[in-house]
Design a protein around this ligand. Structure first.
Ligand code: FA5
Length: 343
């Protein structure tokens, strides 16, 4: 029958149609005003009325079937278009300031200096250790010879957790305790990391900053060994002689304790906001490990002695690159941090 053949021809063609334009063309060709189906219907005029009615009904059914196939084909096409396009676009993205070029990622200046120090210390036989940012009272204070209620606990303004026994570590000295436990002297290690204090910020103070703890324990270590290591360290870092001064400093976990200051490299010792007009910057507090702390670490203070130091990494970065405000370092300004390269 004519209608059946027409329908089959339509299906063959529509199956291979690949564009909306082709679908529109086939629709016009088969069921449009001047399409094949209408041409057949026009030819029915010569038929007897009963047959004309029957064929007319059948033609209408085929027309509906073809319309349904076209609808389905259009929906298939929409699904394929959706799959091929990205699901969303971020219209807030701005073009790179260097349009047409790709920016290469770099390391933050604190990371650069930290890695350089790690290399220096590794070459001097130090291990590199880590510790958690969230500490407990024991590791941050008690085992470092700050008994509960000791006034020296107030030296560092602490961010406490609600449980009253956990805190954000205020210094990397906790790594001394974690590092000593289970180790047999002689040993030496450094522990770099972020520390937190509830302090007002200014040109040389941040609330979150970086330190690098160092510790060495052996038989017969003395202040002379400590000073030797600190001098080698500073010479390696600055690649030139820097003026230093050592003055007594109090920390419950060392005895004796020192503050090692370097002549301010921002103002060449003249006095500025970074050195608070003194010409000196506190960089490297240090001292001989207190016997109580060795005992907490499971080491016999009658047989062994040790020294420890806590380097302020952000201040070191400032001195090294001539940055006159610590807040610039952590301000999150990509243009600022990307100007530093390892040297
Ligand atoms: C301490 O934190 C001791 N744990 C260091 C120590 C270790 C002493 C081992 C003896 C033996 P202090 O609070 O001074 O000490 O901090 C050490 C260094 O961190 C400072 O010299 C300074 O360079 C840096 N620092 C301290 N507070 C800030 C701050 N708010 N912002 C940036 N750097 C800081």
């Amino acid at each position: 029958m004519q209608l059946e053949q027409l329908y089959e021809a339509f299906i063959k063609e529509i199956e291979v149609a690949h564009s909306r334009e082709e679908i529109r063309r086939l629709k016009a060709k088969y069921i449009g005003r001047a399409g094949s189906l209408n041409t057949i219907l026009k030819g029915l005029k010569s038929l007897p009325p009963e047959e004309r009615r029957k064929t007319g009904q059948a033609a209408n059914q085929y027309k509906h079937r073809m319309q349904a196939v076209i609808k389905e084909k259009n929906e298939q096409m929409s699904r394929a278009e959706q799959d091929a396009s990205p699901p969303w676009q971020d219209i807030t993205l701005t073009r790179s300031r260097m349009a047409g070029t790709q920016r290469t990622a770099g390391f933050h200046p604190v990371t650069l200096v930290q890695r350089e120090l790690e290399d220096i210390f590794t070459s001097m036989g130090y291990e590199i250790l880590d510790g958690p940012h969230i500490e407990d009272d024991y590791h941050n204070f008690e085992a470092l010879n700050f008994p509960p209620g000791h006034p020296a606990r107030e030296m560092q303004d602490t961010f406490w957790f609600k449980d009253g026994s956990h805190l954000l570590r205020t210094h990397t000295s906790c790594i001394q305790i974690r590092g000593m436990v289970g180790k047999e002297p002689p040993f030496r290690f450094v522990g770099p990391g972020k520390v937190f204090r509830a302090e007002a910020t200014d040109a040389s103070h941040e609330m979150a900053f970086h330190q690098m703890e160092g510790m060495m324990v052996d038989r017969g270590l003395s202040v002379a060994n400590l000073i030797y290591f600190m001098k080698v360290l500073l010479k390696e870092i600055f690649r030139k002689e820097v003026r230093i001064r050592l003055r007594p400093g109090y920390f419950p976990f060392v005895e004796p304790g020192f503050e090692l200051d370097i002549s301010c490299l921002i103002c060449a010792g003249e006095g500025c906001a970074v050195c608070k007009k003194t010409g000196w910057v506190e960089l490297l507090p240090c001292g001989m490990v207190h016997p109580n702390v060795l005992t907490y670490g499971g080491i016999d203070p009658d047989l062994f002695s040790g020294f420890a130091f806590g380097l302020g990494l952000d201040r070191l970065v400032m001195m090294r690159y001539g940055i006159d405000d610590i807040r610039l370092i952590h301000g999150g300004d990509l243009a600022f941090v990307s100007q530093f390269a390892a040297y």
